[in-house]
Structure formats: structure tokens, C-alpha cells
Design a protein around this ligand. Structure first.
Ligand SMILES: Nc1nc2c(ncn2[C@@H]2O[C@H](COP(=O)(O)OP(=O)(O)O)[C@@H](O)[C@H]2O)c(=O)[nH]1
Ligand SMILES: [Mg+2]
Length: 502
């Protein structure tokens, strides 16, 4: 949707003139609040609304036009009242139009006064909203109208979100506010906006707080405790990285590199070293991009030991794919426990993906075979295959995964396109053994690191990234759908080192 930039221009266009009206806005707001208590007054709307907003008194010409239009067409008063506030803007186009409702007029004014950021706009329209009720839908409709969203798209956004809330059984705003912002950002093409990136960074920081506490604070103490890059400094640094679960060899390699770079650059103090450290940590997380040429349906095979978060992560990835308008199939090839099949089915229903299973104890390769058939015939864009992670015998599990791979490949050349290993950050060094095992035996080409929230062992990301040449593509920062986030080496390095946002 390209209307965001237009929207931004629209909202920022009249800002300086509007600043002067800040006080006035407060009055209008107060009045709106008052009249909300007195519905009788509010109902007398048309004429009252037309000459009531003193805001318009700043622009008598605009006001003068209003009453005539009121008679002719009840929806019209909106235009003059709003154009009065958007002083130098070329044309307020189909701007927020509802001046007949004093509350909405106050909201429109507040939106124009707000910072041109989705989070700020949401704060304005969600004022006094506490739960998913009519007020929420009204306000959301208003916001989308204000953002010039085509009516059909706005309606389908609201219907979708409403359906999702019901399926998820969310009621209170606090439980879904962040999700709402996330959806709006994606729908309005604003995921790359600074606002959304800030939010992501804050989330990353919060998620990594315990890791940072241990690692970042130690680093701070190390850097402030030395004035020169002495052997003691380097020893302490090694210890710090090893304690953060980075593993001995990668730590030695990193410190060696840092020493070399420091000496080449003539850096002799910890302060001078810091930017180099940041770069090197970021470099550890950077792996060359693979060519992502995919012949649809894209086949994603999810592997990893029990309990790491495979099934939930499939749900989260499938959800992202759904939000991008893809047709999604999920196959339940973890047939070991009935609960696993049911859990996946519930997720599929919630996110609007199709689901294929043969129940508990079915042959996982047979499930994959049938699901591939369905995906190919049904014109799916992407299929996720959930697998079991039990390790009663390792070779047993690996054989099973191998069989699934063979079936999938035979059905669809080039598949599986992605074999994602899910590892649980809280398991620290175990995560490394798992990575080695799955990489050696099941063609893993991507890693998702889950449960980074609330663990002090987030440093394991460094170990995984430096010991295996596998990209970390997403990280799990919590249990909600939106808590799976694309992995950003730069931001992650900064958060890990306890740095703030740039
Ligand atoms: N805190 C947190 N919990 C997670 C995350 N990812 C998954 N979980 C939880 O981990 C548990 C096991 O997840 P599940 O998907 O069933 O693991 P599986 O056995 O690998 O399929 C569930 O309770 C999930 O909600 C995450 O990123 N953060
Ligand atoms: Mg599972």
C-alpha cells in the first residue's frame, strides 16, 4: 500500500500552524469528553458542530462555508472544519471526515498534532479503550479512514483482526495492543519505519536483559576497570566471553582478531577498542546470504529436539506468511503424541492456515507425502512440516527425518527449500551439540533461536554463529505470535553488548 507517505505528508504538513492550536485542542478534547457524558447535547450535532468548534474561528472563511453545506449534505461539515486545521496542506483529500461527531473531531485534531508515527497515532485513537468492544472497532475504523485506507481494505483488516481476537480469546487491550500495532505496521507497509524498528530494538533489549545483565555489565566493568589494553584486560575478556557460553575456541579466535585489529589501528585503550568489538561481534552473526530461489510451494522442514519450540515457531512463521497473503499448509509429521497433533491443529485454525494430519502414530513420511500432494495440487505458496524431536534413539530420529526429506524431494524437486533447526537458548552449551548433530545428519541450513527472553544464556547465539556456518534467521522473544522476529546482526550485537539504540 503506497498511501503511507502521502499520509505522513498529510499529517506533518500543517504542524507548525497546528502547534499554535495545541491549547485549543485541549479545550476541544475537554469538550468532547464533557459531551460524551451528555449524550443529549451530542445528538444535536449538525448545526452545533458546524459553529461550535472554535478551532474553526481561526479560519472564518472556512467556517462561513460550513452551514450551507450542512443543510445540503450531512457528511459535509467535516471538510471545512478539518481544512481549517491543516493550514498549508495542498488538499486534505478524503481526510478524517467525521466532524459531526465532536469526539471524532477532537481525535482528528489530536492525530494531526501527534508525532507522525504509528505508535503515536495508536495512542491517540486507543485513548479510553480498554477491551475489544464497539469503541475499539469505531476508533480503529476512524484511524484507518484517517490514514486514507480504502474502505474495503479497512473493513477486511478490522474483520480479520476481530476474528483473530475471538479465536485467540483475547479480550483486554493490554493483551493485544502490541499485536494490533504489528498488524497495522505490516498492513500499512510500515514495518521498516523507524518507529517499528525502535519497537523491535526495545523488545530485543528487554528480551536480552538477563543476558546483558550478565554479559554487558561484565563488559562495562572490564572496559571501565582498565585504562590500557594489558594482558590482564585480554584475559578477563576471554573469561567473559567463555562465561557467556560462547565456547573456548570461538572466544580465542575473537580475542586474537581483536588484538590484531587493535594493534594495526594503533588502538591502546579499551575505549578505542569498543567500536572494533562491536564490528567483530556483528561480523560473527553475518553469514553469506543463500540464493532464495523457490519453486512453489516452498517447503519448510522444522527440526529440533523436544520442547525447543518447533511447533510454536511453525505457528509464528505460518502466521507471518498468512499476513503476507500467502496460502499456507501445515503438516503434522510429529505423530508421536496425540497432543502434538492437536496443538498444531489448533494453531493452524487460529492463524487461518490449512492443516494436514493422519493422526497419532501415523508414519511421518506418509504424512509428508500426502501433505506434499495436497500442497502441489492445492496451489499453496508454502508448506511447513512439523517433525518429532524425541530422542529415544538418535539414529531412529535421524532415519525418520531422512525418510521425510526423501519423500518431499521426490515429490517436489528442490524441496525441502529450508530445513530449519530450532534451538532453545536456555539450554546453553547443549544447543551447540544439537546443532552439530542436526547439521551433520539432516541438512539443516538455517537456525531459529527461541526463548531468548528471560534467559541469561543468550550469548549462545555467539557460539552457534561462530562455530557453524549457519544463518540465524529469526529469534524467539516470547510466546506470542509477534514475538518471533527477524534476526538483525547489527541490532543483536548492540543489544548483547549492552548498548542502547544509536
Ligand atoms: N518464553 C518463550 N517461550 C517459548 C518460545 N518459543 C516457544 N516457547 C514455549 O516453549 C514450549 C514448547 O514449545 P513447542 O513449540 O511445543 O516445542 P516443540 O516440542 O519443539 O514443538 C511452549 O510452551 C512454547 O510456548 C520463546 O521464544 N519464548
Ligand atoms: Mg512440537
Amino acid at each position: 500500500m503506497g498511501f503511507f507517505s502521502a499520509v505522513k505528508k498529510f499529517f506533518t504538513g500543517g504542524s507548525s500552524a497546528e502547534e499554535k492550536k495545541q491549547e485549543h485542542l485541549e479545550e476541544v478534547k475537554a469538550e468532547a469528553a464533557d459531551s460524551a457524558d451528555e449524550p443529549a447535547e451530542a445528538e444535536e450535532a449538525p448545526e452545533e458542530a458546524a459553529d461550535e468548534p472554535e478551532s474553526a474561528s481561526a479560519q472564518p472563511e472556512a467556517l462561513a462555508e460550513a452551514p450551507a453545506e450542512v443543510e445540503a449534505e450531512p457528511a459535509a461539515p467535516a471538510q471545512p472544519a478539518l481544512s481549517a486545521t491543516a493550514v498549508p496542506v495542498e488538499k486534505p483529500t478524503a481526510a478524517p471526515a467525521p466532524a459531526a461527531d465532536p469526539e471524532e473531531e477532537a481525535l482528528a485534531l489530536a492525530l494531526r498534532q501527534a508525532e507522525p508515527k504509528l505508535s503515536a497515532w495508536l495512542s491517540v485513537v486507543l485513548k479510553d479503550v480498554e477491551e475489544a468492544d464497539d469503541l475499539l472497532w469505531k476508533r480503529l475504523g476512524f484511524l484507518l479512514r484517517a490514514l486514507e485506507t480504502p474502505e474495503a481494505e479497512a473493513r477486511s483488516f478490522i474483520d480479520d483482526f476481530r476474528g483473530w481476537l475471538e479465536r485467540m480469546e483475547y479480550r483486554w487491550l493490554n493483551d493485544f495492543r502490541s499485536e494490533l500495532q504489528y498488524r497495522l505496521a505490516i498492513a500499512l507497509d510500515m514495518e521498516d519505519e523507524e518507529d517499528e524498528r525502535d519497537r523491535l530494538f526495545s523488545k530485543l533489549q528487554a528480551g536480552l536483559a538477563r543476558t546483558t545483565e550478565r554479559f554487558g555489565q561484565g563488559l562495562k566493568a572490564l572496559f571501565s576497570g582498565h585504562t590500557e589494553l594489558t594482558p590482564a584486560f585480554w584475559d578477563e575478556m576471554e573469561e567473559l566471553f567463555i562465561m557467556a557460553d560462547m565456547g573456548a575456541e570461538p572466544t580465542f579466535a575473537l580475542v586474537k582478531k581483536l588484538k590484531e585489529r587493535a594493534s594495526a589501528a594503533g588502538v591502546t585503550t579499551p575505549d578505542g577498542l569498543m567500536p572494533i568489538l562491536e564490528e567483530e561481534v556483528e561480523a560473527i552473526f553475518k553469514t553469506p546470504r543463500r540464493i532464495a530461489a523457490v519453486n512453489a510451494p516452498e517447503v519448510v522442514l522444522m527440526v529440533g529436539v523436544n520442547g525447543v519450540g518447533k511447533t510454536t515457531t511453525i505457528a509464528k512463521l505460518a502466521y507471518r506468511a498468512r499476513m503476507q497473503g500467502k496460502k499456507v499448509l501445515i503438516a503434522a509429521a510429529d505423530t508421536f503424541r496425540a497432543a502434538a497433533v492437536e496443538q498444531l491443529e489448533v494453531w493452524a485454525q487460529r492463524i487461518g492456515a490449512d492443516f494436514h494430519s493422519k493422526g497419532m502414530n501415523a508414519d511421518p513420511a506418509a504424512v509428508a507425502f500426502e501433505a506434499m500432494d495436497k500442497a502441489l495440487k492445492g496451489g499453496y505458496d508454502i508448506i511447513f512440516i512439523d517433525t518429532a524431536g524425541r530422542l529415544h534413539t538418535k539414529s531412529n530420529l535421524m532415519d525418520e527425518l531422512h525418510k521425510i526429506r526423501m519423500v518431499v524431494e521426490r515429490k517436489h524437486a528442490g524441496a525441502p527449500h529450508r530445513t530449519i533447526l530450532v534451538i532453545d537458548a536456555t539450554t546453553g552449551q547443549n544447543a551447540l551439540q544439537q546443532t552439530k548433530m542436526f547439521k551433520d545428519t539432516s541438512g539443516v541450513n538455517e537456525i531459529i533461536l527461541t526463548k531468548l527472553d528471560g534467559t541469561a544464556k543468550g550469548g549462545v547465539a555467539l557460539a552457534v554463529a561462530s562455530q557453524f556456518e549457519l544463518p540465524i534467521t529469526f529469534i524467539g522473544l516470547g510466546e506470542k505470535m509477534e514475538d518471533l522476529r527477524p534476526f538483525d546482526p547489527h541490532d543483536f550485537a548492540r543489544a548483547l553488548l549492552g548498548k542502547g539504540k544509536e
